[in-house]
Design a protein around this ligand. Sequence first.
Ligand SMILES: [Zn+2]
Length: 265
Amino acid sequence: MYKGILNKMRAVETDSSINYSLDLGGEIVSPNDWIGKNITIDFLDEIYCCKCHKKVKQVYMSGYCYSCYKNSPETDENIFKPELDMAHLGISRDMNWAKEVSLKKHFVYLANTGEVKVGVTREANIPSRWINQGADSAIIIAEAPNRHIAGCIEVYLKKFFSDKTKWKKMLSSSNEDINLEEQRNIAFSKIHPVLKNFLTDEFKTKYLNFPVSIYPEHILQTQKLKKNKSIKGKLIGIKGQYFIFESGDVMNISSHAGFLVNISF
Ligand SMILES: [Zn+2]
């Protein structure tokens, strides 16, 4: 049994699969080892901010207390809307953070998460960004010197591609192979001339192999600890930030960041 505070899972790729790790507030465990087992996750009615570690009633945006949510660069609006990042003009909640994040090289990519979606990520977050989204494959299609420009390219391409992940579709199977190089050519043919210089065809499609023993016939619902207090079932796989149970229910681990739990088998 483990007792600890849930956190966003981290993942590393091996030759054969993706290995997840979960930091329970000091103790690091390997959820891949739980696949095939019956597990119970009990909420102990305490929630902690992932940044200042204060005990709180509620967290915002995956683990932040209200004050950290309102003031941290990690929870700024530009996290969801990169085009609003203004660090290149010297505007940020924290310029030191922005120098390390916003002003670093960013990529625009296409990913197969059940359908083709367009997204933006920092160079340092490849492939973890794609793993977190549960993408079966992804390809880089543009390189930009900062987050703002990558965001502008994404905004333009949103006219032709989705920018959202449909989680039920993403979790219901290993998605059909989409030829992302063909999709990249479509993006290239649609792009606005002003943004053309940022495009790149240097990258190949990257495939990701998630540890899922078998996909459930239907994804039923996403279980939440605040409502259910206890989530149990036979774990049959992990994809994105989700535990997939044999029943078809799923649990998003990162959306429970800060929750104090007991995990038993
Ligand atoms: Zn806080």
